[in-house]
Design a protein around this ligand. Structure first.
Ligand code: ADP
Ligand code: AMP
Length: 217
């Protein structure tokens, strides 16, 4: 099963993808994570992407579709993929169709996490992750069970993203509204879109997504 998790920055895509990976053995393909890794490694892609990401704007369609294609080649046909943060433009949606079709894959669902935009700044400015395993946390909504210790790997190191500040978030929202939200009708026309209340607590959002994947919603 291949799905897209769609929603504005902070909607909970990464949080839910992390759970689907653990519960169902799916693979998460987050272009944001891949680009951050490229920036950290100082690759050519990373050098091109850094300033764009820091500004909250979108990296070029060619770059992100190329890295998605490379990753897809490494994934077994039987393993389901969760696209997180991709596609973000019409051109990327078209590329994804080609990338999947060429590999004998197809999209099963596009799950839209519906959220109140006013809540997103608080979600994003409170976000942090484990510096070792990448598990996601929040200052208010999802603190580690033992303070200062990652629930998943036990590490004591955490990090915050440089673009998770109130000013950049505004630009990222504008980009989402202008370029990403308009791809929903493409998938609606194909009957693939399922909507989930992303304002519910994290467990309830997971239950709603699992029900969709199990064909019960
Ligand atoms: P995205 O991947 O869509 O940008 P994240 O999954 O990283 O968003 O979530 C952003 C922040 O909000 C994280 O710190 C996460 O712990 C928190 N969060 C995610 N889902 C919820 C939720 N349903 N309720 C409250 N906080 C949430
Ligand atoms: P994210 O981790 O999904 O919030 O993405 C962080 C940043 O990476 C975005 O603000 C963009 O600058 C860049 N980015 C991630 N995915 C894409 C994509 N599919 N297309 C263009 N830019 C992207």
């Amino acid at each position: 099963m291949d799905i897209i998790l769609l929603g504005p920055p902070g909607a909970g895509k990464g949080t839910q993808a992390e759970r689907l990976v653990a519960d169902r053995g799916m693979v998460q393909l987050s272009t944001g994570d891949m680009l951050r890794a490229a920036v950290k490694a100082g690759t050519e892609v990373g050098l091109k992407a850094k300033a764009v990401m820091d500004a909250g704007e979108l990296v070029s369609d060619e770059i992100v579709s190329a890295i998605i294609g490379e990753r897809l080649d490494q994934i077994d046909h039987a393993t389901g993929v969760i696209f997180d943060g991709y596609p973000r433009t019409r051109a990327q949606a078209e590329s994804l169709d080609t990338l999947l079709g060429d590999r004998g894959r197809k999209l099963d669902y596009v799950i839209e996490l519906e959220v109140d935009e006013d809540a997103l700044v608080e979600r994003i400015t409170g976000r942090f992750t484990c510096a070792v395993c990448g598990a996601g946390y929040h200052d208010k909504f999802k603190l580690p069970k033992v303070p200062g210790t990652c629930d998943v790997c036990g590490s004591h190191e955490f990090k915050r993203r440089p673009d998770d500040n109130a000013e950049t978030v505004r630009t990222r929202m504008v980009e989402y509204r202008a370029k990403t939200a308009p791809i929903l009708p493409i998938y609606e026309a194909r009957g693939l879109v399922r909507r989930v209340d992303g304002m519910a607590d994290i467990d309830h959002v997971t239950q709603a997504i699992e029900a969709i994947l199990d064909g019960k919603a």
